[in-house]
Design a binder for this molecule. Structure first.
Ligand code: C5P
Length: 401
């Protein structure tokens, strides 16, 4: 979240076993800097105590429209007017049914009726048969048509012991969905393909060549593109990063595997961002076992072959997507990055100083195109990624006037 603004979330909690996860979601929201007003249905208070959610949110929990928090007694209007987003997690079949059909017989359902234009997100949670029920699916469809976001549900083991679709999304994923509510959908209907992380080029069974790359910038770009409404595919070299939420991920090891995955995914792609640190060379021969040290004999000579240049290959194709390259330089950033942009044949190149970005959560960079240089000051990699995507969208052919 941008630090200048504190956003206020009304978090509705309806009745279901997953209500206990609303405690964790509240904690995550507060930690992320949101202020949070919890509203519970009577059924929800059977599963978790309002005192827990009051302690976690730092505010009294609204549970009953007849015992209002607002001085004028109209919680269903006052609470929602103060909110930047209305989130219901868990959203039970009953809560979904009321919201889809305009019913309001308790505080949460009247809040949903009074929501006006604020972004609204429901995270359904119920038994798999209840979720599959035609009436629930019809209600969910209706809510989507009314502009309400539906996050999840996930598949897996359920509290009742059955396995299937209906589990509430994990609180960490719901938080990502909430953050995405505040990002304009500049990339709706667009496909974005991103390479990230290093490649690993084996030499023998235990050794190989690689580049320094944590993958953090590529992951941030994938998340930012997803938040802005794109369908995102991430072709990822070996890193310690967790599989990103909402993004289709293809794991690869070598540059040639990365090239093949990129070429296989290229159809219909609007934007290709090459953030990977690809090994320029690979061992010419891969030894089957482990090369052994031979006493005092001279060390073996490592012969190298060049790897394909994935970005230059894509950029050279007819009807290439809008291509964005990265350059991690050690010095003379702008001159080196400018030359690289021309050499790779890409309209936009992001340059940064390698030693100042490796493994860090923040970065500073320059954007270089045919018109010149734009400096983006140091900030969190996610904020920088969001900003880079704004610049990409403004340069895409159909966006230019
Ligand atoms: O040539 P250099 O590695 O400095 O160029 C960096 C840019 O080119 C990055 O965008 C990187 O992802 C991409 N690249 C590539 N395939 C290579 C080498 C670099 O896609 N074999």
């Amino acid at each position: 979240m941008d630090s200048l603004q504190t956003r206020h979330i009304v978090l509705g909690v309806s009745g279901g076993v997953a209500a206990y996860k609303a405690c964790e979601l509240t904690r995550l929201l507060v930690k992320a800097g949101y202020t949070t007003q919890v509203v519970m249905t009577a059924a929800a208070t059977r599963f978790v105590g309002p005192a827990t959610l009051q302690a976690l949110s730092g505010r009294p929990v609204a549970t009953d429209q007849w015992q209002p928090l607002a001085a004028n007694g109209m919680d269903h209007i006052e609470l929602v007017r103060a909110a930047d987003a209305l989130v219901v997690a868990p959203a039970s079949a009953d809560c979904i049914g009321k919201a889809a059909n305009g019913l309001g017989d308790d505080l949460l359902s009247t809040l949903l009726l009074a929501r006006d234009t604020i972004p609204t997100l429901l995270a359904p949670a119920m038994n798999r048969a209840m979720w599959a029920n035609a009436s629930v699916q019809r209600n969910v469809q209706r809510l989507r048509m009314d502009g309400v976001g539906i996050a999840g549900p996930a598949s897996g083991e359920q509290a009742c012991g059955e396995v299937g679709e209906g589990r509430m999304l994990e609180p960490e994923s719901i938080l990502l969905e909430i953050e995405a509510l505040f990002q304009p959908k500049r990339l709706a209907g667009r496909r974005v393909l991103i390479t990230a992380g290093p490649t690993f080029e084996p030499w023998d069974a235990v050794r190989g060549l690689t580049n320094r790359s944590s993958g953090k910038m590529g992951w941030a770009l994938a998340r930012a593109a997803w938040e802005q409404g794109a369908e995102v595919t991430l072709v990822a070299g070996p890193t310690a990063q967790a599989t990103p939420y909402g993004v289709s991920t293809i794991e690869v090891e070598t540059a040639r595997e990365m090239r093949d995955a990129v070429q296989a995914e290229l159809k219909g792609v609007d934007v290709f961002i090459a953030a990977a640190a690809v090994a320029d060379w690979r061992p010419a021969r891969v030894e089957a076992g482990k090369l052994k040290k031979q006493g005092d004999a001279r060390p073996p000579v490592l012969e190298l072959d060049p790897n394909p240049d994935i970005l230059a290959e894509v950029a050279a194709q007819p009807e290439a997507p809008f291509c964005v390259g990265f350059a991690a330089e050690a010095d003379d950033l702008i001159a080196n990055a400018q030359a690289k942009r021309v050499r790779k044949g890409v309209p936009l190149l992001v340059g940064n100083l390698g030693p100042q970005t490796f493994g860090r959560d923040d970065n500073a960079c320059v954007l270089i195109d045919a018109q010149g240089v734009l400096e983006l000051p140091r900030g969190a990699k996610l904020d920088l990624a969001r900003r880079i995507l704004v610049e990409i969208v403004s340069r895409m052919p159909s966006q230019q006037s």
